[in-house]
Write a protein that binds this ligand. Structure first.
Ligand code: GUN
Length: 304
């Protein structure tokens, strides 16, 4: 029977630890602060940023939600980042992605001071991570490691296969797994004989953004499956492809007109030894790790 790796429980544990750190800092007169920048009216981004701001409130971190209009220019955004870099009450700067097409996203993210880069996207932090120096690591990959460690799933010596090579998830996840002494394979859209690789995984991390892409025949029975994908299903055909006969999902779909599926097909979970569900898995860790990074940034910036 496959074990469900409960993202909510692990995220709650991490948040509790972060809240304790926030209280310890408060006794020294320090309150960590996060600036969350949400451009325009992208519904998914509004939900994510809302969750991030609420998590700050829950843990005693101050938050400043900044909402430039969707026609904001790169120059205006650079000016905003410059102000935030200089504000002493701000320890972390989060610019929610994706940004509108007129914004030079790379240039903008590079303008965030590396010490305040709580997303871990700045090339300086990517380089530090690569070089094995303490760094603000990207939140989702850091969450993947926390799930594995806190669930006592061995990483050292195991074969971890990462599906996806994005700068935000795939590459840093591979690097963090390597630092934990896994043998790491990175697969991507051009990989030949993909299933040959995925079937060799003791730990399979799927981060490609394609609903249910990893099917049961691509998975070694007994593997640990970490599903980073969050894909929304809105049509009956799509729904039936993944969840036909699943009464609980059926109820969600009937109520909301949509449901979420990861990059791993639910049938593949059945043959795993442990897996992260969608929703309720890795996604919740992303926010917890953002909180952890914000407190870490607050401490590092003060030499604590
Ligand atoms: N959009 C989707 N995931 C993320 C994330 O982790 N950070 C930011 N800034 N934007 C995102």
């Amino acid at each position: 029977m496959a074990k469900v790796l409960d993202g909510a429980a692990i995220a709650a544990q991490i948040k509790q630890e972060v809240a304790e750190e926030v209280r310890a800092l408060a006794s020294r007169g320090i309150r960590p602060g996060l600036a969350a920048v949400l451009v325009g009216n992208v519904a998914a981004s509004e939900i994510y940023v809302g969750s991030k701001v609420r998590a700050c409130e829950e843990l005693g971190i101050s938050s400043d939600l900044i909402t430039p209009p969707s026609d904001v220019t790169t120059a205006q955004m650079l000016e905003l980042v410059e102000q935030l870099n200089h504000r002493d009450d701000i320890d972390g700067i989060l610019i929610q992605l994706p940004l509108p097409p007129q914004i030079d996203s790379k240039n903008l993210l590079d303008a965030i001071h590396p010490a305040k880069d709580v997303d871990g996207f700045h090339p300086i932090n990517a380089g530090r991570l690569q070089a094995g120096r303490p760094a603000l690591a990207p939140c989702t990959p850091a969450g993947v490691i926390e799930i594995l460690k806190r669930s006592h799933i061995p990483i050292a010596g195991k074969h971890a296969v990462v599906l996806g090579r994005s700068d935000i998830v795939g590459k840093p996840a591979a690097m963090l797994l390597l630092h934990e002494n896994a043998t790491v394979t990175i697969c991507h859209s051009k990989t030949e004989d993909l299933a040959e690789h995925t079937r060799r995984a003791d730990i399979l991390v799927a981060a490609i953004g394609r609903p249910g892409f990893v099917t049961a025949d691509m998975v070694r029975p007994g593997a640990t499956l970490i599903d980073v994908g969050i894909n929304r299903l809105t049509t009956r055909e799509e729904f039936d492809r993944f969840f036909a006969g699943d009464a609980k999902r059926e109820a969600t779909f009937a109520k909301r007109g949509s449901t979420l599926v990861g990059d791993i097909h639910p049938k593949a979970f059945e043959i795993s030894s442990a897996y992260t569900p969608v929703p309720g898995g890795v996604g919740l860790l992303t926010i917890a790790m953002l909180m952890a990074n914000t407190v870490r940034a607050a401490k590092l910036r003060r030499g604590i």
